[in-house]
Unconditional design. Structure first.
Length: 176
């Protein structure tokens, strides 16, 4: 797969190849640049691939709120690279084990824009309605660009799943 760095300053789109698919592809035209495949019970895990690298995202902890990023696809000899504990509104701080951090922010309510913001308070990439990914030109040299692109989508999907589950519980209570 080609490097995401080539697309800095441009807009890409996350798409599912099929309606019932749990796989998402970051595409430019017909070319896939990255793949996120949700797996496991209730699709709480994901295998992410881009630029010849693979990561595993997994919800852990009390009520599965914390997301841990592991290198590689398998559980064997998996090394945790980073983690984020989203707040009730979905925002949070991604902390790499070497001390680097990125803020996961949200602007807007009805049409939110989710962004990864570096320590210099500059957004390096944003995901907008319609699963549109915009990579800032300043992100071109970030070694974790692919990881941030994939993890952003995963966090949005997990938040949407949580909202759907909450709505189902409320509907059951109201109708019951």
């Amino acid at each position: 797969m080609p490097s995401l760095r080539e697309w800095a300053g441009k807009t890409l789109q996350w798409k599912r190849p099929h309606f019932f698919s749990t796989t998402y592809e970051l595409r430019t035209g017909e070319q896939a640049l990255a793949i996120l495949n949700r797996t496991g019970v209730m699709k709480q895990r994901a295998i992410a691939e881009a630029e010849g690298q693979a990561w595993r995202f997994q919800r852990e902890g009390l009520m599965g709120r914390r997301c841990v990023v592991y290198s590689g696809e398998s559980n064997e000899s998996a090394q945790a690279l980073a983690s984020i504990q989203p707040a009730w509104n979905g925002t949070g701080t991604l902390r790499f084990h070497d001390g680097r951090t990125y803020a996961w922010t949200r602007t807007g309510h009805w049409r939110p824009v989710w962004s990864w913001v570096g320590q210099d308070t500059v957004a390096v990439l944003s995901i907008k309605r319609g699963r549109l990914l915009e990579i800032a030109p300043a992100a071109r040299d970030l070694p974790e660009l692919a990881l941030l692109s994939l993890l952003g989508l995963y966090l949005i999907l997990m938040m949407e799943a949580d909202e759907a589950a909450s709505a189902a519980v409320v509907a059951g209570i109201v109708s019951g």
